[in-house]
Design a protein around this ligand. Structure first.
Ligand code: B12
Length: 219
């Protein structure tokens, strides 16, 4: 990695730590002009900053306003890079229909949106329902558009249980394996996914695409 790009990644992380959306969007734009791969800008730059603030918050060394500002700066930067991520898409065939949602009680959206963008770039038809979505709405939407796959994001240990509820509901209504479920979000582990009988999980957006392809039989 060139020194210039390394410096850019550090500045990106710092802009999130500072909660400065003006700088984070400026740096996102700069990375495009420099030809930095957009996913690298996110994972090697901005995510480092948001994880740092998350850890500080968890340790009681940063407070809610800082978390909120970091989240906003992160969201703004990712929005600038989204069209670039979509451009990377080499998809020629339709891979299938996916519903994405963050579960009820949970408003974290950045990771879910990133997963959605990457899935779209890979040829999936993505219906992103947004955040704080109850089970019946998610299942209703999946049936309405005849989705093969539901992707459920949860960032809180208190909301991950909602993933299980949705899977149980689908099972109760005999809607699986017609509709498969992948789960994700920072607290989600492979063990959890197995325990709640999800069809799979991935810790990042690239892995989510690979998993989705595998689940629809197009890997
Ligand atoms: C930004 C942020 C916020 C922002 C969210 C802004 C937004 N518009 O999304 C705001 C300020 C709103 C927020 C609020 C809260 N937050 Co918060 N937040 C974070 C933070 C710092 C970063 C999350 C993030 O965006 N990461 C970057 C993205 C790219 O990564 P990601 O979300 O993990 O997604 C990736 C993977 O997980 C995966 N993935 C994600 N979804 C899916 C779905 C599928 C299907 C698949 C396959 C993969 C997948 O792929 C993604 C891309 O690589 C985390 C800390 C952390 N490191 O996770 C805390 C964190 C999640 N928050 C936390 C807390 C406590 C809260 C609050 C309760 C704080 C409060 N007291 O009010 C509230 C909850 C509000 C609610 N009801 O949801 C805690 C949770 C602790 C716990 N054990 O549950 C954390 C861990 C911070 C901490 N260390 O304490 N938060």
């Amino acid at each position: 990695m060139s020194e210039e790009i390394e410096k850019l990644f550090k500045e990106m992380a710092q802009s999130i730590i500072d909660g400065d959306s003006d700088i984070s969007t400026e740096l996102a734009q700069k990375s495009i002009e420099m030809g930095v791969p957009p996913l690298d800008a996110i994972t090697k730059g901005f995510v480092i900053g948001v994880n740092y603030i998350g850890d500080q918050f968890g340790a009681g060394e940063a407070f809610l306003p800082e978390l909120v500002m970091a989240g906003e700066a992160m969201k703004a930067a990712v929005a600038i890079l989204e069209p670039e991520l979509l451009k990377l898409g080499s998809a020629r065939e339709t891979m299938g229909k996916v519903i994405l949602a963050t579960v009820e009680g949970d408003i974290h959206e950045i990771g879910k949106t990133l997963v959605g963008t990457m899935l779209s770039a890979s040829g999936f038809e993505v219906t992103d329902m947004g955040v704080d979505q109850p089970a019946d709405k998610i299942i209703g939407k999946a049936l309405e558009i005849d989705a093969q796959l539901i992707g459920l994001s949860a960032l809180l240990t208190t909301t991950m249980v909602r993933q299980r509820e949705i899977i149980e509901e689908l099972d109760k209504e005999n809607l699986r394996p017609r509709i498969q479920v992948m789960v994700g979000g920072a607290p989600i582990t492979r063990d959890w996914a197995t325990k709640i009988k999800a069809d799979g999980t991935s810790e990042d957006a690239v892995g989510a695409v690979a998993l989705a392809k595998q689940l629809v039989g197009k890997a």
